[in-house]
Design a protein around this ligand. Sequence first.
Ligand code: GLY
Length: 364
Amino acid sequence: MSDVLILGGGIAGLSIARALTAGGASVTVLDRAAPGGPASRAAAGMLAPHAEFDDEDDPLRAFALAARAGWHDYAGALETETGTAIGYNASGAILIANDQAERARHIAFARRHPQEAQWLNAGEARHREPALAPDVEGALLLVHEGHVNNHLLVEALTRACANAGVRIHRTNATPIVQVEAARIARVDCDGIVWRPDVVIVAAGAWSGSIEGLPADAQIPVRPVKGEMIAVAAGTRPLRHLVWRAGTYLVGRAGLPLAIGATVEDAGFDDRLNPQSARQLFEAAKRAAPAAIGPEIVDHWCGFRPGTPDGLPAIGRGKLDNLIFATGQYRNGVLFAPSIAGLIARLILSDDDAALPAAFSPLRF
Ligand code: GLY
């Protein structure tokens, strides 16, 4: 029976805690004072692997598609277990073709993947999504893509963890790891000492600087800032996730329409740039003007956990009892159930057969 300490109580950490307790482990999560982790709250909740990985040779694409395929059952089980609706929606995504090259690419993709995608001409696109801009000449409908309300997801996971006996310690202090004989011997925080069998670092963009971890056991995770806005409702609510030229619009249950996102190497600088907000607003109006009201009602940012090769870092680290579950970059919500399953198998059954070797944190 493992005694596990998870550093990070965002969607990744809580999903892992839930999976581990289901397998009999005893789990403590160390999280910041505000529940859910900053990236988990900042996210758009997209479950959109085709849109995120449009290069069919992308090494992450297969993992992303498998992750999405697992979401339907995952959402149903979590909602049933906790009595909390999480706004899971698989109504599809509409990728507006922004130029002739994109149009040709979309049409070819729809021909190759008729189960996944459908090319819509201008009339069909507007019939499906009446809020689209009048100049839209066609769009790719990705039939299985979707989104989830990430705020409700955090609530449901927190409830599931509480029901399962996971201890969540919330703090503004920084946990300090102490290493002895090539393993983490203890973790100190707020005058409390934990001596777990296993430590999992699921601290998102903060996973690259764990206090007390020797430099050669750290991994190179860096923050990639993303600013987003939310807007007042227009006259026609969106029926799908909509993308145009790198800007996405997500209408999550119970939340104002969210529009994202910038991609910036700006460290942990959390200042908000009004010009970014304005650019997102204008880009969204070019995609679906009828869905957008006259004003921006919210503006925020988050930090995605990026790695040098763009792949996640999941699996054993350079110390005997250190495991990483980070580096999800733009897809932390999408990947969460899959990563939780992989980590639970690794810890509970010492089984890493399903863990892609390319994700190993030892590669750094
Ligand atoms: N998943 C979208 C983003 O990170 O902006």
